[in-house]
Write a protein that binds this ligand. Structure first.
Ligand SMILES: Cc1ncc(C[n+]2csc(CCOP(=O)(O)OP(=O)(O)O)c2C)c(N)n1
Length: 626
């Protein structure tokens, strides 16, 4: 690691605040060097963190943290914040089990004021804190820091709408780097670009001067800030209409702009809005020129940069991306939708080949779902690619707009199950539970890549709402058929038959594997000589298969990568109960608690969801200590 003498002397923001202003630029340089080298070793979010270094230093320098609250949106840009708040050593174990989380967490530090990972919550949470401070008579300042991508979500606007009338002491900082993960989309982005380019600057400035001249304190502030910030004060019409004082845009890498502006804003009461321009990947040329590639990185060499190349096995995400293009070629009704996850959902090729049928709607999961419903009403076949946890955002839209009207909206649900380094905020632990209880839904989980392709075709061909949920990363490596085949709906299959003779029926075990758990179930079955059913469908569950397995076995074992509460195993239990079957059922799955970040293979093993874990659980249930 490079020498970072000044950074070495900073353990907490209180020490930072004792530095002289002139030293902060060097601190920023050292922090940038440290973060680049550190993230290259551990993996993690890079571009966004390189872009917020000066802003983070300025915030901790000006505000009395942790008494004053910094509320970060998404939280993927908080590595500098972590380093400056006592967690520098912990960065060596970033996103590893028991190591520092990749996102702010209240349990990790008193400087992490709000737990996050999903976007667009910061203004709402900060507003709550600002109102609490006012009610309790605490003179603290509350600052929400939100990116231009995150700002596009409805929740951010709901909060702005509310903040303007509550009149609490809230500062919203828009960190505008003109990027989401992918290039930003939508009218808001165009509007921000206009503000930045200054085309509306002059007109707005005149209007602003009028307003400011009636408000001596603001005019005074404007003059002072203008001295420091080189004349960059404009009322931003949109944010002003929401009841905020809009200041900016200012250069978010220039500490001489940031610090005096923040110092002035700290003195102002009521809702304040500061528009800061930053660059994703700032200071590392490769990330500056390809911020998408460097948004989230695995370990890499900082000299050579990330080497892209074909990986050995196809990921499920790629299986989906290829299927989408193949299906689009066959059926012109197909429309692909992503809420801001073009790369992460494997839709880059589809977007290039079918630009007119590709819709990146921004970070707007609720809208994505209802937009899909509208398309389906008119006879199109929308495919909404969405991560399991982000789908949580669109739950009412799924029930009320899609399922209730039995519309053929297809969900391609990625990151179902444990995701590893991103941890609890991103673990897709609940989708089977919250989907299965919705009437009209078809819910499938593939055991391998080719089955995934078939399920996607089955879902697409189905005249009602459907979901295929598949995990992060790759599967067992089963080659793909070129054709687009469907599967019989609601039918599982026996993949392995127990070899026990009928005389040994009291020891027969049937493993009912759902999705990703098929591979460890098959491996466990070799040791247990168990029957393995690949259940394929969680809804409709193959009730005949369950009943016949119950007849022929002494123990049924359901295995799923979903919470045990209300998941696939719960459906099996319901099915048995409804049929009056008393064969014992052992349910294996994720526990009723949040699973933290770490290596997902290791985590699954710890939760008993690998082959040895399954064998051990079954033996225990059989009272077999061998
Ligand atoms: C609800 C939700 N949807 C999607 C994501 C995935 N996601 C993480 S960061 C990001 C882009 C955020 O863009 P912006 O706020 O501009 O921050 P930047 O990465 O540009 O610093 C997205 C889409 C998320 N975290 N939460």
């Amino acid at each position: 690691m490079s020498d970072t003498p000044l950074l070495d002397s900073i353990d907490f923001p209180a020490t930072l605040r004792r530095l002289e202003r002139k030293d902060l630029a060097q601190l920023a340089d050292e922090l940038r060097t440290f973060l680049l080298e550190s993230v290259a070793k551990t993996g993690g979010h890079l571009s966004s963190n390189l872009g917020t270094i000066e802003l983070t230093i300025a915030l901790h320098y000006v505000f009395d943290t942790p008494h004053d609250r910094l509320v970060w949106d998404v939280g993927h840009q908080t590595y500098a914040h972590k380093v400056l708040t006592g967690r520098r050593a912990g960065m060596a174990h970033l996103r590893m089990q028991d190591g520092v989380s990749g996102f702010p967490r209240r349990s990790e530090s008193e400087y992490d004021t709000f737990g996050v990972g999903h976007s667009s919550t910061s203004i709402s949470a900060a507003l709550g804190m600002a109102v609490a401070a006012r009610n309790k008579g605490e003179g603290r300042r509350v600052v929400a820091i939100i990116g231009d991508g995150a700002m596009s979500a409805g929740e951010a606007f709901e909060a702005l709408n509310n903040a303007g009338v509550i009149d609490a002491n809230l500062l919203v900082i828009l960190n505008d780097n003109d990027m989401s993960i992918s290039p930003p989309v939508g009218a808001l982005n165009k509007y921000l670009a206009r503000l930045f380019s200054g085309r509306s600057f002059n007109a707005a400035r005149k209007a602003g001067e009028k307003v400011l001249s009636k408000m001596p304190s603001m005019l005074e502030f404007a003059k002072r800030a203008e001295e420091h910030v080189k004349g960059m004060i404009v009322p931003g019409t949109l944010f002003e209409e929401f009841g905020f004082n809009y200041i900016g845009p200012i250069n978010g890498h220039d500490l001489d702009s940031l610090i005096p502006t923040l110092e002035n804003l700290k003195l102002l009461d009521g809702p304040q809005f500061l528009h800061v321009i930053t660059r994703k990947g700032q200071g590392y040329k490769l990330a500056e020129s390809d911020p998408v590639l460097y948004h989230g990185v695995s370990k890499f060499d900082t000299n050579g940069g990330i080497k892209t190349g074909a990986t050995a096995k196809l990921t499920y995400m790629q299986v989906f991306g290829d299927w989408l293009c193949d299906m689009a070629a066959q059926d012109s009704r197909l429309v692909g939708i992503t809420p801001a996850m073009r790369e992460g959902s494997g839709m880059v090729r589809f977007a290039q080949e079918y630009p007119g049928r590709f819709h990146d709607v921004g970070i707007a999961e609720q809208h994505a779902m209802t937009f899909a419903a509208g398309l389906a009403c008119e006879g199109l076949r929308p495919v909404l690619a969405i991560y399991s946890t982000f789908l949580q955002r669109a739950y009412d839209q799924l029930i009320h707009d899609v399922a209730l009207q039995n519309l053929p909206v297809m969900l391609a649900i990625d990151r179902a199950g444990l995701v590893g380094a991103d941890g609890a905020t991103h673990n897709g632990a609940f989708d089977l539970s919250y989907l299965t209880c919705v009437p009209n839904m078809l819910v499938m989980a593939p055991g391998d890549e080719n089955e995934c392709r078939k399920m996607l075709t089955t879902a697409f061909s189905h005249d009602g709402p459907s979901a295929v949920r598949y995990p992060r990363g790759s599967g067992p490596g089963v080659p793909l058929d070129a054709v687009l085949d469907t599967l019989p709906i609601g039918k599982g299959e026996i993949r392995r038959q127990s070899g026990c003779g009928s005389d040994n029926a009291s020891r027969r075990v049937a493993l009912l594997a759902f999705g990703s758990m098929l591979t460890p179930a098959l491996a466990a079955a070799e040791q247990l000589d168990a029957t393995v059913a690949n259940m394929r469908f969680v809804k409709p569950l193959d009730r005949e298969l369950v009943a016949s397995l119950a007849r022929d076995h002494a123990l049924l074992v359901s295995i799923e990568e979903n919470t045990l509460v209300g998941g696939a195993g719960a459906e099996v239990a319901r099915c048995l109960a409804e049929q009056g079957v008393t064969t014992p059922l052992l349910r294996l799955g994720l526990p009723d608690r949040f699973t933290d970040h770490g290596d997902s293979v290791a985590l699954l093993a710890q939760l008993g969801l690998d082959a040895p874990g399954i064998v051990a659980s079954v033996r225990k249930a059989l009272g077999d200590n061998s």
